[in-house]
Design a protein around this ligand. Structure first.
Ligand code: FAD
Length: 451
């Protein structure tokens, strides 16, 4: 029987464990915090839960357009804290039940490699040694802590200090305008905080389609968010009852709190990678297309693999590794296609995309057909009193095969699923516009854009 030891019980580790056990492996998962990982405890899920609360508040405040009057919701930080704890608890319990139902042994402790086939777990009761045919490293990542300010978890925060925040800031200065930064801007603006965003380049969401970023910027400005473009924070200090953020262009921003969202670093310290001879790059484990490291018996999945840092990608990598090691893979067809991973930004309006982007096609000199439909043409968008945004579909002009798409607007993260399936299954625009959908729905916009 294949013996598999997994270090890290987030989406990558748990998915690998579940599938490998189902295929007949003897599996141990070593996790030192909560089963479910940072995804459930600290990052993905709590941030989306807070955004959902903020979204409900924002929706109620705008409800005049729905025929309601005088709705002014206020946040209850204690109730919000209980809500987050409840969600985490339920998700972690269901993860544990799933693993245990497949016969996976969960060890609560810190794992480290001893050599290419041995792992040591340090637990509350001492240490335990595990021999393995295969080892999977899935220890994730953590927020990057800047060396130019003292994060205190009180007024100068990292994202993980904000679930829920100690108080709802009067004026929050967000440093970092990537996906995490803009989601926190949206969240705290919805909670009623004044928000300033330090944007190091000339657009929020650097690297995203400028047309998409422009819709978000316009929304932020309408909501009164102050955007400081082309500025890099160089220091944040506490000043009386607030904070002062200094920027490299001389601008100074005063706020009640600051939140730093400037990326992440891998959890590879103390993992014994050098003992087993595992090659790394900037702390990330270097892996091939099968997620195998430079040591044949050691794989890495999730954020630690330095690929696309998404929970969905981590789970898929975990499943693919399980299939590979248990002989279930059809070689060549079993690797994760990162170019086809859908992703979303949970702002308002939501932003989601998948597959080829217009800028990439342009850079490659590839001919594409682009069709775009605004939400304002949808009956459902008007019923929802939210006509902001658009759907864009990219296809091959010769074959009609759907190559990618972007959606900006209400429920974009759900709607992109349809385009995602089309991209993964090489469906054509004809397949999409021949689909008979429910009316009135936002999804009809996708068939309109496919015409
Ligand atoms: C604010 C924020 C919001 C995000 N939102 C989304 C989103 O909406 N959608 C999305 O797809 N992704 C999102 N992500 C990314 C997502 O959270 C990560 O990609 C995902 O958590 C990676 O999963 P993982 O299994 O690699 O690691 P993790 O989820 O980080 O799990 C790793 C686990 O390993 C454990 N561990 C670490 N070292 C050891 C050790 N030595 N021994 C034992 N255990 C160890 C940790 O305690 C942890 O539980 C977000 C990230 C952030 C920061």
């Amino acid at each position: 029987m294949t013996k598999l030891v997994i270090i890290g019980g987030g989406p990558a580790g748990n998915s690998c464990a579940t599938y490998a056990a189902r295929f007949g492996a003897e599996v141990v998962v070593i996790e030192d915090e909560i089963v479910g990982g940072a995804a459930h405890l600290l990052d993905c899920v709590p941030s989306k839960a807070m955004i959902a609360t903020g979204g409900a508040m924002a929706f109620l405040r705008r409800s005049e357009g729905m025929g309601l009057e005088d709705v002014d919701p206020r946040i209850d930080p204690d109730a919000l804290g209980q809500r987050l704890a409840g969600i985490r608890g339920r998700l972690s319990s269901s993860n544990i039940s799933l693993l245990e139902s497949q016969g996976v042994r969960i060890v609560h402790g810190r794992g480290a490699l001893v050599d290419a086939h041995t792992v040591e777990a340090t637990t509350a009761d001492g240490t335990e040694i595990f021999e393995a045919d295969v080892i999977v490293l899935s220890t994730g990542s953590r927020p990057r802590v800047p060396d130019w300010c003292e994060v205190d978890g009180d007024r100068i925060l990292l994202t993980r200090d904000a679930y829920p925040p100690p108080v709802i800031p009067e004026h929050l200065v967000v440093v970092g305008s990537g996906v995490t930064g803009v989601e926190f801007v949206h969240m705290f603006d919805s909670f009623g905080s004044d928000v300033s965003l330090i944007v190091s380049r000339q657009q929020v969401l650097p690297g995203k389609d400028p047309e998409v970023a422009a819709v978000l910027e316009e929304d932020f400005l309408e909501r009164g968010v102050r955007l400081l473009k082309g500025a890099r924070a160089t220091s944040i200090s506490r000043s009386g009852s607030g904070v002062t953020v200094n920027c490299d262009d001389g601008r100074i921003v005063e706020g009640s709190h600051a939140l730093v969202a400037i990326g992440s670093v891998p959890n590879s310290d103390g993992l014994g990678l050098d003992k087993a001879g595992v090659e790394t790059d900037g702390g990330y484990v270097v892996v091939d297309a099968d997620c195998r490291s430079s040591v044949p018996s050691v794989f890495a999945a999730g954020d630690l693999s330095g690929k696309l840092p998404l929970s969905s990608v981590a789970s898929m990598q975990g499943r693919k590794i399980a299939e590979t090691i248990m002989g279930r893979a059809t070689h060549g067809l079993n690797q994760v296609d990162y170019d086809k991973a859908a992703s979303a930004i949970f702002t308002e309006p939501e932003i989601a995309d998948v597959g080829m982007a217009e800028a990439d096609a342009f850079a490659e000199g590839r001919k594409i057909r682009v069709t775009k439909v605004p939400f304002a043409t949808s009956a459902k968008a008007l019923i929802n009193d939210d006509p902001r945004g658009f759907i864009k579909i990219l296809s091959d002009p010769a074959t009609g095969v759907v190559l990618g798409g972007s959606i900006v607007g209400r429920h974009a993260a759900e709607l992109i699923a349809v385009v995602s399936i089309a991209v993964t299954a090489d469906l054509t625009v004809r397949d999409l516009y021949d689909s008979l959908l429910v009316h009135p729905t936002l999804a009809e916009l996708i068939t309109d854009a496919a015409e």
